[in-house]
Design a protein around this ligand. Structure first.
Ligand code: 16G
Length: 240
């Protein structure tokens, strides 16, 4: 099973083997895999090497560790298309999951100048600053920090924002959501967000910054969403 003469490093061979066992459902989603000690005996390799392979698979989101309990097979990452302007609520429902939010912050404020500029606001115009943890089936998937001009949505409050922002906007006859511009980058999670997302401080996140416009070209939100990189992958179709 493990070829010690091979030019392929042993830790990579172990990774491949574990991946195969997951693929063949020898190790099932949500179930414990054998301990490092058991695997090292089974494969006749050092425990250190087994640990390295497992750590790599944890970092790739295939496995997860639970303190004091062992290592488990993770759910496959959620595939998020990048070509439609959809909301978190729509995305989760489309996958048969139940979206929910935890409100961390809701305040009315004069935004920093760069935010005001991007939202095309004058110096004295207010925004709502909203921070929400977005859950799917009660598990944290992302944290969203959103600025919404008060003049666009004066009646927004702490209760309304617990539901879908896009559904609220589209329920009003005079406004329709048009388009958005997005940027994506990778980062290591901040200490604050690691708590919100329930991940360790060394883990990777994907950050998407989105500015969204109504059909008349007026910006209605500026959002910075931080996604768990172990729960998400983004896909897009590209044509030539
Ligand atoms: C998505 C959007 C975010 C929007 C939110 C509305 C990205 C990167 N972000 O998370 O900009 O504010 O959906 O969701 O996709 P809601 O309608 O469920 O409140």
């Amino acid at each position: 099973m493990i070829d010690k003469e091979s030019r392929v490093p042993i830790y990579l061979q172990i990774e491949e083997l574990l991946k195969q066992r997951i693929y063949l459902e020898e190790y099932k989603i949500g179930e414990n895999i054998p301990s490092e000690r058991e695997l090292s005996e089974q494969l006749n390799v050092s425990r250190m090497t087994v640990r390295q392979s497992i750590t790599n698979l944890v970092n790739n989101g295939l496995l997860y560790r639970e303190k004091g309990r062992g290592t488990y097979v993770a759910n496959p990452k959620l595939e998020q298309p990048l070509n439609g302007l959809t909301s978190f609520t729509e995305d989760m429902r489309a996958r048969g999951m139940e979206p929910s939010s935890k409100l961390i912050n809701f305040e009315k404020m004069i935004p920093p100048v760069d935010i005001a500029r991007e939202l095309q606001l004058e110096q004295d115009e207010y925004v709502f600053h909203v921070i929400r943890i977005r859950n799917a089936d009660l598990k944290p998937m992302a944290i969203e920090r959103t600025y919404i001009p008060v003049k666009i949505f004066p009646e927004l409050d702490e209760k309304k924002i617990m539901g879908s922002l896009y559904a609220l906007i589209e329920a009003r006859s005079h406004q329709k959501i048009g388009n958005a511009i997005q940027q994506m980058e990778a980062a290591i999670v901040s200490k604050e967000d690691s708590k919100y997302l329930q991940i360790s401080t060394s883990q990777a996140v994907l950050i998407i910054k989105r500015t969204s416009f109504l059909t008349d070209g007026v910006p209605f939100e500026l959002v910075r969403s931080t996604y768990r990189a172990d729960r998400y992958k983004f896909i897009s179709e590209i044509k030539r």
